[in-house]
Design a protein. Structure first.
Lengths: 310, 440, 283
């Protein structure tokens, strides 16, 4: 590329260099964005489109099938397991997000001081988030095992229980168990991100409020929280998407059971599509995630924008 | 562009930088590099519940087969529950194992994606005294053999002789009423019966289907189309199960997979469970690890019995295993040769004997084999293949029956009731689910 | 009242902190202990007496041995590493370029393109895996590491782009303009001035991408088949949960050893990871 001496100062030039600059930038932008566009187009846009088409057919594994319109969606809507799945996913996402936020915030505030070993602690507590979900979930599954649970052992030794707690066999407890593991995994992410947010808040603000006589809770609610909101919203956005579309955790812990009590969209789509081979129905369930996700994302984005422009 | 990539790589400091330039070429061509090919046959089977068999396969038979047939053999084992997803992924991605073990009527589900094995099946059947009806119904749809029948895993109740004797049961209860009474007494002593009602491929259907049939319930009529699940017999069976569960069973069973009952029995927290013979065989394998509370080896206290009778008779659903040769395979001839090799009498016998009666062959001549007399505890298993009845009863064990099985409808019917749903409702639910399948 | 303050400090700060750290780290301790406990000690029911779950006096390597001898664990580690490294490189490459373009260049639709890239991040893998399997088959990539190397960037690139955008925006424009005045082309300015300054950002993106790649599961589960092609999460899940025989020892060993590479890489770049994570959230 020729060296173009372009700068705002040399104005008296012919318009051609500026034109070249414009083309230059557009051309450069296209070149720079090309690899990204190629990969994303090929492996996100194209499969998304294919997925929509697939969900409108009655394809099964090995059987191409034909177009059936919205039949799959109707079938899925009438499926009581699907309805349980929808409820499960919303409940799972809602509860875990609330707790992750609360506990993450608490932990962030605990870390927002100076103490010996702070860097070490900060590094260590991110481990649950770093380690591959599947592997750490296995540790939990072993801890919840019906016969060999170490948690049961501890509670038994402390005299809290006499009957074994059926962590993974009772439908409500199973849901509680996966919620616990999800919270365990997500709290560090919330904590570290919120900590960064907290650290940008100048301590003088809080001090000023204290001098004015505000009590701790009010200080938090009226000073800290609004300043923390932008960061919180973004963190929640990421977290909600991941949790709503979660697969690994449930697959390893319960496989969707007992009796479908912990099935989420992703695990049910997998069971139906890949397990039983009913590809089109599986695709329909996967796609059913999209409107909900889209809605959640739009709402949160709007909220973020409102908060930021306040 | 190349300059850009290389400097980014340098920046990222990755050790794979050297490899990546070679890969750049591959990426550009968009094809995977072709490696030198020796004929390889990839056989995917379940992890055998008798570890000795898998050991025998990988350490002796596979090397012997490789030498005899001049091919390379890749033996892969996965958890039984993962077989079906693997089959789907393989067919969907057009690549995977050449031979895949299938359970029950998977053969019907994947009939479009497998190679016809009639010649091998008929051949072996003729040689070995005839193929059992059960195996034929499951592996063939009348036009082709979708799978080569391999073996039947019989399911019997394994129980603790001495414990049952303590509550006055000198033999295993043979009706559901007496089963319930004994279970109640055992649970009161902290030693309930144990059964899974979870989504498992083996123990759950192995219990729930014959249970349903023994009460007179069934999924469809013989025409294979009319769903008749919602009958008084079925509802009664569900009500009985709910009571039985609370009174006599280990309630953790809702979360169990196919291995939990084994572990529970071997760590002596339950007194009886339906299972293949793996519990007994495992206790034989490690007599020092498994001892009764009196110090005797556990295996001396274990006996087997068939499932109890119900008002409509006594039934058993035994898992049928077959091997499918996949259409996408690029080594079909070699795979077929390998399959033939496995079924030669000498080799199949090696398999049969390593199983010690855990697996029952699908042809008649093995029923009178002397292996069954070696250990009287195992003798009940020899008729598993002859007497088995398949899901989809009273219709044929075809793709629709398999779909019902894969969706755990019957098992869930009982699981839901046990968790509090009224019996009538759970039966209605199950029937509507079945109707959706059979009317499609 | 110094005593009072100390009491407060303990109750309100130190004890909760200790509790948090304990709960967050206990499962890893459990993983480690289980890996080294012999089978005989491992399988004691929860209400058995004479059971000391938190320590063992007979540590053993038999589970790790089993892991390496009876499964392709070493191969899985290699596969996962290879896939993670190459996907990270590809994603960084695309992400840096795209981030620069979106942050620095003026061209029509810049804003909306940024949004589009962000939106693709919201299309989870669990939505795409079924149709994607078919596409992988059409490209004949099934059961090869390339099926993952080419698809992982789909969720790594948006993240990297976003992160790099933030870093690029923070680099003062003057830096580039000086270079341009001195005669460098836009291209060279980007290459030799801006990017080197953004190295911390690149490192951060790289680390996060690396850990995200190790964490992926469903694509690996569906696209890979042969035992020697599997990644660690898939291998551990499918080949260590077996029939009726107890395998929790090797399973925890696999989980432990599988976590170590990520933990090590992370430990070298903690600062970058944290700043990357928080940067993405603030930006």
């Amino acid at each position: 590329m020729a060296v173009t001496a372009v700068s705002g100062v040399a104005e008296g030039r012919r318009p051609i260099p500026r034109l070249r600059k414009l083309e230059d930038e557009r051309w450069l932008a296209m070149v720079l964005l090309f690899p990204t566009a190629l990969l994303l187009g090929l492996f996100i846009a194209y499969p998304f489109f294919e997925g929509v088409v697939l969900s409108l057919t009655n394809q099964r594994v090995g059987v191409p099938g034909h177009f059936v319109g919205l039949d799959n969606f109707v079938k899925v809507w009438n499926d009581s397991i699907f309805r349980t799945t929808v409820w499960n996913t919303f409940w799972y996402t809602g509860i875990t997000t609330v707790f992750k936020l609360a506990l993450g915030l608490w932990l962030a505030m605990l870390l927002n001081r100076h103490f010996k070993g702070k860097a070490l602690v900060r590094a260590f507590i991110l481990l649950p988030f770093i380690i591959p979900t599947v592997l750490s979930t296995f540790a939990w599954k072993w801890m919840f095992d019906p016969t060999f649970s170490v948690i049961n052992w501890t509670l038994f030794q402390l005299g809290f229980i006499t009957q074994r707690i059926n962590w993974l066999g009772d439908p409500d407890l199973a849901m509680t168990s996966i919620i616990v593991v999800n919270i365990w995994r997500g709290v560090p992410f919330f904590a570290i991100s919120l900590l960064a947010g907290l650290q940008t808040i100048s301590p003088e603000l809080n001090e000023a409020a204290a001098i004015d006589g505000a009590r701790p809770w009010n200080r938090f609610w009226y000073v800290t929280w609004p300043l923390l909101l932008p960061v919180t919203m973004v963190v929640m956005l990421f977290s909600v998407i991941q949790t709503f579309a979660d697969f690994q955790l449930v697959y390893v812990m319960t496989g969707g059971g007992p009796a479908n009590a912990t099935h989420l969209f992703a695990t049910y789509a997998y069971q139906l599509g890949i397990g039983t081979g009913l590809l089109s129905e599986g695709a329909a369930i996967s796609l059913a995630m999209f409107p909900f996700l889209f809605l959640i994302v739009v709402v949160q984005l709007l909220y973020i924008r409102r908060v930021e422009t306040r | 562009m190349n300059t850009k990539r290389r400097s980014v790589i340098k920046l990222a400091g990755s050790a794979a930088a050297v490899a990546s330039t070679g890969m750049a070429g591959i990426l550009a061509s968009g094809r995977t590099p072709a490696f030198a090919q020796q004929k390889t046959v990839h056989w995917l089977k379940w992890v055998d519940f008798v570890p000795a068999t898998d050991q025998m396969f990988s350490k002796e038979m596979m090397p012997a087969a490789e030498k005899a047939l001049g091919i390379k053999i890749k033996l892969e084992t996965v958890n039984g529950n993962d077989l079906q997803p693997r089959i789907t992924s393989a067919i969907q991605s057009g690549a995977g194992p050449d031979l895949i073990m299938s359970f029950n009527s998977y053969t019907h589900l994947y009939s479009n994606s497998v190679v016809d094995l009639s010649d091998l099946a008929e051949d072996v059947g003729k040689r070995e005294g005839g193929l059992y009806k059960y195996a034929r119904a499951i592996c063939s749809d009348g036009k082709m053999f979708m799978g080569m029948p391999w073996a039947v895993i019989g399911g019997m109740i394994a129980y603790r002789k001495s414990w049952l004797a303590e509550v006055g049961a000198t033999s295993f209860p043979d009706t559901w009423e007496t089963y319930r009474e004994v279970a109640k007494k055992m649970k009161a002593k902290g030693r309930p019966f144990g059964q899974t009602l979870g989504h498992t491929f083996g123990d759950a259907p192995g219990f729930t289907y014959p249970y349903l049939w023994s009460w007179g319930g069934k999924e469809v009529e013989a025409d294979g189309k009319t769903v008749v699940l919602n009958t008084k017999a079925t509802v009664d069976s569900v009500k009985f199960m709910t009571a039985l569960w609370k009174e006599g069973m280990d309630e953790g069973g809702l979360a169990w997979d196919d291995t939990n009952n084994n572990r529970a029995f071997l760590s002596q927290t339950i007194s009886a469970t339906l299972n293949g013979a793996s519990i007994y065989i495992e206790s034989l394998r490690k007599p020092d690890q498994y001892k009764t509370e009196k110090g005797a080896p556990l295996n001396t206290d274990i006996l087997h019995a068939p499932l109890p009778k119900g008002p409509a008779g006594q039934f058993g659903f035994h898992l049928l295993q077959s091997n499918m040769l996949m259409k996408y395979s690029k080594n079909q001839d070699a795979a077929k040769e390998f399959l033939k090799y496995l079924h030669t009498e000498a080799n199949y016998r090696k398999f049969f004997e390593s199983q010690k009666g855990f697996a029952t062959p699908c042809t008649a001549k093995w029923e009178s084999d002397k292996l069954w007399d070696v250990d009287p505890v195992m003798t009940p298993y020899k008729v598993a293949a002859k007497l088995g009845q398949a899901p989809g009863f009273a219709g044929p064990p075809n793709a629709k029956a398999q779909e019902g099985l894969s969706k755990y409808i019957i098992t869930d019917m009982y699981a839901k009731a046990v968790q509090g749903m009224p019996a009538e409702d759970s039966v209605k639910w199950a029937e509507s689910e079945l109707k959706k399948i059979y009317s499609a | 009242m110094i005593e009072g303050a100390l009491w407060r400090k303990w109750v309100f700060y130190n004890i909760p902190l200790i509790l948090f750290v304990f709960v967050l780290l206990f499962p890893f301790y459990w993983m480690i202990i289980t890996t080294f406990r012999p089978d005989g000690e491992l399988y004691r029911p929860w209400n058995a007496s004479n059971y000391m779950p938190f320590w063992t006096n007979n540590p053993t390597f038999e589970h790790i041995q089993y892991l390496f001898e009876e499964t392709n664990f070493a191969r899985w580690m290699f596969n996962t590493m290879f896939i993670a490294v190459v996907s990270t490189i590809i994603s960084l490459f695309c992400g840096v370029l795209a981030g620069y373009a979106l942050a620095r260049l003026n061209f029509p639709y810049a804003g909306s393109l940024g949004t589009v890239i962000f939106v693709t991040y919201l299309v989870p893998q669990t939505l795409l895996f079924i149709p994607l399997a078919q596409i992988i088959r059409n490209f004949e990539l099934g059961d090869t590491p390339w099926s993952l190397i080419l698809t992982y960037p789909t969720f790594l690139i948006p993240f990297c782009t976003w992160l790099m955008m933030g870093y690029f925006k923070a680099i003062p424009k003057e830096l580039e303009e000086c270079a341009r005045i001195d005669g460098a082309s836009r291209w060279k300015a980007m290459l030799y001035i801006v990017i080197p300054v953004a190295v911390p950002g690149i490192l951060s993106s790289g680390i996060i991408a690396f850990t995200l790649s190790w964490n992926e599961f469903i694509y690996a589960l569906v696209f890979l088949s042969s035992p020697d092609q599997k990644t660690v999460p898939v291998g551990v899940t499918s080949e260590l949960i077996r029939g009726d025989v107890f395998f929790w020892g090797p399973l925890m060993a696999g989980a432990l050893l599988g976590s170590i590479p990520v933990a090590i890489v992370y430990s070298f770049f903690v600062e970058h990871y944290v700043s990357g994570l928080t940067g993405s959230v603030k930006g």
